[in-house]
Write a protein that binds this ligand. Structure first.
Ligand code: PCD
Length: 803
């Protein structure tokens, strides 16, 4: 064989490791309709459960008549709160330390609330059964405005009406949940009162919904003979579901198996525990049959989860020449009927206090009031690390408003206040330690890329032309520089229901030199099977194509806290690298033995261990793996496996500079996005193509939120946007072309320097789109207009400004 051995470069390329735009291995099945989603799970004898839901937002439930429903052919059972009460399952604990009705117990508190669970032979019989259940309601006054709720005599939560203490401290009113504070209020007030310039604004981030294409659902299957409960479900955190299911049901944890199969998008919607899961499990235990529950679109938009709904009253102060001196923020957070926000336990407002953003602000204060209203519970991190998108929107709007107040260019104001590269690690006034960043470099690159000066000149000319009546279109330049905070843990700060937020990876290298790795996270479309194999390829020298990645089965995967808050790369990705290093350490001993040298005399090189100074003497990882199983090596156990549970020392702080250039027709409110430039810095990049896909997807969700998507209620609590006729989902038609770019500032504490990126485009995108709308009208006196900026609202801005 006269073929030349591969060069070192060819060996590196063959691994498809870090930095390679490897094609997604999961796409073969996704693009051919061969995915296996929860609704694809069909077990022998499976039956179907579905909910009777409340038509009222607030009503007393006087009686539930199930007799007629039970006569419907195919209907097997109808569960109500009375049936769940003996099991203590009529209420369930929420992730936020509150409790939530599983089925209506005496009253209903939001439209679409689960009232009874009809179990039938199939979905259609269940629907007929639902129609036959008769519920007697007595309507009660409805509160949909959190400010009114805090003043009203109407008691929403009668179950805790007299409790003056909640999970997060004192409650000052029967509809108040908590006041959570961070920072130094006295010093902040002092800084603002003595400042040369102060800007004040109410910034509202409206209620919206993650709305994954696949709705939530599960199949619960109780095997009474063996005492085993199996639950397939759309779970972003399967192990947590197993632990919670065990604690609630009393079934020992080893007898519960939770499986998240393919998931059609999560976006935070699939983190929480919903009544559908509990009712399916109970129904399976009662009937001894597998029970499926799958939401339809209206169920999903009405009942499981919501996001945002933050009223943020801000004050920001500065010197006359634009140096920021203080930031004050008072939030009124509408949590709906139950506090079911999905946040780490100690943070009832998530990581909202990252709201000093990318700026070096000496003093700051945040106070968040959680309030009950007659809306659906949820408060999930829809593509943002626990309220980070609210924080980014708030600070990026406040910067714009301050720029107006100062009569200063908003790009210059930002640059003047950025945390400088030499200040990292940087501790913010609200207590976060930013691990790394280089904001000025990213910002300069972004401004240059779009010819910022040229755009401002064009904008000024456009304003003049508009005033002369030569055009009816305005030009907006939407600027954003955001800082994300992703990767919860560390365990000492972050837990969910007491479970510390580490993550894990377990690797088995097979004798022939291929491998399987299992993680505690679960992909919902992010491409983990592709990218985590790349981390390993670079760490252990086995080609990514020879590594299977498996997630989502609690019987096989190591315990982990799941995928949300862009934590998979920062936490499970780190565990993967660390487990890989354990493999490598053992491989080194084996290689040294095989090469008959001391352990320290061999070194790792791409896919092999070589004798130092004698590169022709080496053992490949494939040879080493084979020896690990088939050769007796003194002092070394057979096999080549490792597991790592990784508790990150800190979170990672990705950042980005986004610029949106938008044309707005003042007569119709129609916008056209001429250019969208997105520079992301997520540290070391594992797969640039996957990152670009993440950015495209996140920006499109940001576009949706900023420009039209909304969960709206009328004054009696009717849900006005529970179908795709009313809830805006962008199609290819509305989606603009994006230009992506990057800088690379590795995280100093992550084993491979990677930071998360999945949520960044949503966090940075929303203020970029919204700032573009605002900026178009800046010359005509607009300061603040609430999202979503749909055509009617944009037209209204122009109209109100007399344009
Ligand atoms: N990466 C790379 N590099 C770096 C980073 C990252 O490459 N540096 C990649 C990885 O590997 C993956 C991705 O990218 O694959 C992502 O990652 P991250 O950032 O780490 O994240 P994760 O954890 O994985 O994920 C999560 C996210 C979230 S959170 C969300 S919303 C969303 C995102 O993710 N979701 C979703 N994205 C997505 N995509 C899809 N397709 N789907 C979905 O669902 Mo939450 O909290 O849940 O709300």
């Amino acid at each position: 064989n006269d073929q030349a051995p591969p060069t070192r470069e060819q060996r590196v390329a063959g691994l498809k490791g870090l930095g390679c735009s490897r094609k997604r291995v999961e796409d073969a099945r996704f693009t051919q309709g061969k995915g296996n989603y929860v609704d694809d799970v069909k077990l022998p004898g499976m039956i179907f459960g579905d909910f009777v839901r409340s038509p009222y937002a607030h009503a007393r439930v006087k009686a539930i008549h199930t007799e007629e429903a039970l006569k419907v052919p195919g209907v097997l059972a109808v569960l109500t709160a009375k049936d769940l009460e003996p099991l203590s399952l009529h209420w369930m604990p929420t992730l936020a330390g509150d409790k939530q009705m599983v089925l209506a117990d005496g009253k209903v508190l939001f439209q679409g609330q689960e009232v009874a669970f009809v179990v039938a032979t199939d979905r259609y019989a269940a629907a007929d059964g639902i129609a036959a259940v008769e519920v007697e309601y007595e309507e009660l006054p409805v509160l949909t405005d959190p400010f009114e709720a805090l003043k009203s005599d109407v008691v929403l939560r009668e179950d805790i009406a007299d409790q003056t203490e909640g999970a997060h401290g004192a409650r000052r009113h029967h509809n108040h949940i908590f006041l959570w504070e961070e920072g130094d209020e006295a010093a902040t007030t002092q800084a603002i009162e003595s400042a040369e310039v102060v800007a004040e604004e109410m910034v509202y981030y409206h209620r919206t919904h993650p709305c994954p294409l696949e709705t939530c659902g599960c199949v619960a299957s109780m095997d009474k003979v063996n005492g085993k409960l199996t639950v397939y479900g759309t779970f972003q955190a399967p192990h947590v579901v197993r632990t919670v299911a065990s604690l609630l049901s009393g079934i020992e944890e080893h007898n519960i198996r939770v499986i998240s199969p393919d998931i059609g998008g999560g976006f935070g919607n699939k983190v929480g525990v919903y009544p559908g899961y509990i009712c399916s499990i109970v129904a399976s235990i009662v009937t001894g049959k597998p029970v499926k529950w799958i939401e339809n679109r209206m169920d999903n938009l009405m009942a499981t989860a919501f996001a945002r709904d933050y009223w943020m009253k801000g004050k920001i102060s500065a010197t006359r020449d634009g140096k920021i001196t203080g930031l004050h923020c008072q939030v009124t957070a509408d949590h709906g009927a139950f506090d079911a926000c999905a946040d780490p336990t100690k943070f009832p407002a998530g990581f909202f206090h990252i709201c000093t953003g990318s700026y070096d602000i000496p003093v700051a204060y945040v106070g968040v009031d959680g309030v009950y209203t007659n809306k659906a519970p949820g408060g999930v991190a829809y593509r943002c690390s626990f309220r980070v998108t609210e924080a980014a929107y708030f600070i990026e709007r406040m910067i714009e408003v301050l720029a107006i107040e100062l009569g200063m260019d908003a790009a210059e104001l930002r640059a003047k206040n950025f945390i400088r590269a030499d200040q990292f690690p940087y501790t913010s006034a609200l207590g976060w330690e930013y691990d790394s960043g280089d904001y000025h470099t990213a910002w300069d690159k972004a401004l240059k890329a779009v010819d910022y000066e040229g755009l401002r000149r064009e904008q000024a000319e456009r304003v003049e032309a508009f005033k002369r009546g030569e055009t009816r279109k305005l030009l907006g330049i939407g600027l954003t520089h955001f800082t994300e905070i992703v990767g919860a843990g560390p365990v000492k700060n972050c837990d969910i229901l007491g479970m510390g937020m580490f993550d894990s990876c377990e690797i088995r290298v097979h004798p022939t030199g291929s491998a399987i790795a299992r993680l505690g996270t679960i992909s919902q479309g992010q491409g983990h099977a592709t990218t985590f194999a790349q981390i390993l390829a670079s760490e252990i020298g086995i080609p990514a194509d020879s590594i299977t990645i498996e997630e989502g089965d609690t019987d096989t995967a190591p315990y982990g806290l799941g995928t949300y808050g862009s934590r998979s790369t920062p936490v499970a990705g780190a565990a993967t690298a660390m487990a890989g290093r354990k493999i490598r350490a053992k491989a080194q001993m084996i290689a040294a033995y095989l090469l008959e040298v001391h352990d320290d005399d061999v070194e790792f090189d791409v896919d092999r261990f070589v004798v130092k100074g004698a590169p022709e003497r080496f053992k490949t990882m494939a040879e080493i793996a084979y020896a690990a199983y088939n050769q007796a090596i003194p002092g070394v156990e057979p096999g080549l496996e490792a597991v790592s549970y990784y508790d990150p020392p800190n979170m990672t702080y990705p950042f980005g500079a986004y610029i949106c250039v938008m044309e707005i027709d003042v007569d119709t409110g129609v916008h056209e996005i001429r250019q969208f430039y997105a520079l992301d810095d997520c540290g070391t990049r594992i797969n640039p193509m996957v990152i670009e896909g993440q950015v495209h997807g996140g920006l499109t969700e940001a576009l949706a939120i900023a420009m039209g998507q909304e969960i709206a209620y009328d004054e009696i609590g009717n849900h006005k946007t529970a179908t795709f006729m009313d809830f805006f989902i962008p199609t290819a038609w509305e989606t603009p072309t994006y230009t992506t770019d990057h800088t690379e500032t590795p995280s100093p504490h992550h084993p491979i320097g990677a930071k998360g990126v999945g949520e960044s485009p949503n966090v940075g995108g929303v203020p970029a789109f919204s700032n573009a709308v605002h900026d178009a009208f800046r010359a005509f006196g607009l300061r603040q207009a609430h999202m979503p900026h749909d055509q009617w609202r944009v037209w209204k801005i122009a109209h109100d400004l007399g344009l």
